[in-house]
Design a protein around this ligand. Structure first.
Ligand code: TSJ
Length: 659
């Protein structure tokens, strides 16, 4: 094999002690997110093996003892001895920082990015790790552990407990890694099923024909362990169809644009729904680039140019009464997935979620131009092309009409000075960095919140009805909605292209809604609104969800609030006999003092900080809940009928701020 991986290719950079000292530097955090990062670190390696064509199945198992196993049926991590270092490839992978061949081998062309710091980091932050490799009919096994050194009293991270052992013959092929995240490092070692499943589903779309399985041995359903399995033959075409679940679409089959330029592999799929918003999801080496970047720019430019050329050439509109169509016009109602495989991705921006490589732009432009041109010239696609052009023309007309009426800019600037009398109970403090705005569901809870709050820094904005779902509306319609207008004015930032975070009047925007379906709906609508029109608010961590209690367990003069169903039995057990349980059906049932202690007091409350992923998920939810088709809606509500509680938010990967 000319490309054969050799253990000596692996570069040695640093020891594992550094990882142990500053885990956050390597995995981002030591909370749920960092814990999950450990898992993805391992999974990425297995998926690379599959993406390169050497494996077709990757399985994750969450065990009852807090460990996780990742399994593939690939070639197995090399077991031969590194000529210079005198240790096996396996040992190099698990003990040498930045090893794994990722930075030197042609096999790992596309790795890197946010993940890819290496399996050695996982080893360093695990109490114990077991690797098994099946290759050439032999099963190998090695165990590592983070152990206390008797002499120094210090932890030696990821130490090999013995050599790579030959366990004899096997028919198994592939790599299996089981690790026990160290509870001394992580605040929580509790893996959450939902976000792992969701990411696996995404990965299955991004890596077609790879089967991804997840089994949770901590949970039994109908006598079996809870499990899901994903497999997509259509890849990103299936992804786009999935994203449009429950929507009416302009045409059945998404347009697929695929090709490679040098070492860069480009895949784009496009479909339209009957809405007005643009939803482009882009990925580089399977990593979401939520802030877009060069590849998105290239896609947009090439798509717009190709469609405009088509209109000119083919005269889709014979009557010539069409205004010039802009990129925005072509993207009303567009759902697209852009997936790139790239050798040396440069991630930029504060959150490192924007692709900076200029060559990615030209690569995407070239592929989109070539394949889209072929598509539009194919007479069989005439109907689709006409439908897209007509939808864009409609968008252009609406834009033109709005410009003529100048409503948008007038409406926008009006908001800056709109009176808020009677709605907003402002706070007295004048320091935005200390101030909090509670957006409260319902007048009665709003009243309690006003009485219970600390008015020196807490402002209350009660919402009367449900704000409209901004999903299916153009910006004009959003601006016409009373509830949204109030929010925009209260925040002071402006909206959409006028948004300026410098004018934000509150450091924290806290959504406080009931723990029921209606409340969940309102939360999802508000998150969608912030995600769409004020995304920086979420990106910079200003948006929170307040956790209000579901129950109060009482006995004599002792009482305890309970915030989720799962915790109730434990609390009840603590009280022994003779307790009472009060169930809160809504915020409105609490008096001002109770609302203050349980939900508003910084000393005792629990806030959940909303991440961009949460908001994106909320948006998807809103699409399903408000979509045109009832079936997916029913399914979703059935499956996620509990989606408004702690576990579910934590499942969303949300950061739970226990203050
Ligand atoms: F994270 C990890 F390193 F521990 C890990 C690696 C975990 C899991 C579940 C799987 C893997 C992994 C690595 N699966 N497959 C591989 N493949 C290789 O390391 C490999 C095998 C053969 C050759 C070759 O050139 O012959 C090259 C490579 C990189």
């Amino acid at each position: 094999m000319t490309n054969s991986y050799q253990a000596k290719d692996i570069q040695v950079l640093k020891g594992l002690e550094a990882v142990r000292m500053r885990p956050g530097m390597y995995i981002g955090s030591t909370e749920t997110r960092g814990l999950h990062h450990m898992l993805w670190e391992i999974v990425d390696n297995a998926i690379d093996e599959a993406a390169n064509g050497y494996a077709d199945t990757v399985s994750i198992t969450l065990h009852a003892d807090g460990s996780a196993t990742v399994d593939d049926n690939g070639r197995g991590i090399p077991v031969d001895v590194h000529p210079e270092m005198g240790i096996t490839g396996v040992e190099v992978v698990f003990t040498q920082l930045h090893a794994g061949g990722k930075f030197s081998s042609k096999q790992y062309q596309y790795s890197g990015g946010l993940h890819g710091v290496g399996a050695s980091v996982v080893n360093a932050l695990s109490k114990r790790l077991v690797v098994e490799v099946g290759t050439n009919g032999i099963l190998y096994r090695q165990e590592y552990a983070s152990v206390r050194d008797e002499a120094t009293g210090k932890i030696v991270p990821g130490k090999a407990m013995g050599p790579l052992e030959n366990l004899g013959r096997t028919r198994r092929r592939g790599t299996r890694v089981t690790f026990w995240p160290d509870a001394d490092v992580f605040e929580t070692t509790d893996f959450h099923f939902e976000p792992i499943a969701r990411r696996l589903r995404e990965l299955s779309f991004l890596n077609r024909n790879v089967t991804l399985q997840l089994t949770d041995e901590r949970v039994k359903e109908d006598g079996k362990y809870k499990s899901v399995s994903y497999h997509s033959e259509g890849g990103i075409v299936d992804f786009v169809r999935f994203l449009n679940t429950g929507r009416d679409t302009l045409f059945q089959m998404p347009i697929l644009m695929e090709g490679r330029v040098g070492d860069t592999q480009v895949s784009v799929a496009v479909q339209y729904n009957d809405g007005y918003s643009e939803a482009i999801y882009s990925f580089v080496n399977n990593i979401p680039t939520t802030d877009g970047g060069m590849h998105e720019t290239g896609f947009k430019a090439a798509f717009t140019k190709c469609m405009n050329d088509t209109i000119k050439k083919t005269g889709v509109f014979k009557d010539n009464k069409v205004p010039a169509l802009s990129g925005d016009d072509y993207r009303e109602g567009m759902t697209a997935v852009v997936s790139l495989k790239l050798a040396n991705p440069q991630f930029e921006g504060q959150t490192k979620t924007r692709l900076g490589n200029a060559e990615a732009r030209t690569a995407v432009e070239a592929v989109v131009t070539e394949t889209l041109t072929a598509y539009v010239e194919d007479l069989r696609n005439q109907k689709v092309v006409t439908a897209i052009c007509e939808k864009a023309a409609q968008a252009a007309r609406a834009r033109e009409a709005a410009r003529k009426a100048k409503t948008l800019s007038r409406e926008k600037s009006k908001l800056d000075s709109a009176p808020l009398v009677g709605k907003l109970a402002a706070c007295t403090g004048r320091k935005p960095e200390l101030n909090e705005l509670f957006i409260v569901e319902g007048d009665s809870a709003g009243g309690s919140a006003k009485q219970g709050r600390d008015r020196s820094f807490q402002a209350i904005l009660p919402l009367r009805g449900k704000p409209l779902n901004s999903e299916k509306k153009r910006l004009e319609q959003v601006l016409a909605n009373e509830e949204f207008r109030t929010i925009i004015t209260a925040l002071g930032t402006g909206i959409d292209s006028d948004f300026n975070i410098k004018n934000l009047k509150y450091n924290r925007i806290i959504i406080m809604a009931d723990a029921d379906q209606d409340g969940a709906h309102i939360r999802a609508i508000l998150l969608t609104f912030f995600y769409r029109y004020m995304r920086q608010l979420i990106q910079q961590g200003h948006v929170y969800i307040a956790m209000s209690p579901l129950y109060q367990v009482k006995k004599g003069n002792k009482g305890e609030y309970v915030y989720d169903d799962a915790a109730l039995p434990k609390v009840v057990a603590k009280f022994g006999k003779g307790y009472t349980i009060q169930r809160y059906k809504g915020l409105g049932e609490m008096n001002p003092e109770q609302l203050w202690t349980t939900t508003m007091d910084p000393a005792t409350r629990t806030l959940i900080r909303v991440t961009v992923e949460d908001a994106a998920e909320a948006e998807h939810l809103v699409t399903l809940l408000m979509g045109d088709k009832p079936e997916p809606r029913k399914e979703y509500i059935f499956e996620h009928s509990n989606f408004n509680r702690v576990d579910t938010f934590a499942q969303w990967g949300a950061h739970v701020d226990g203050e």
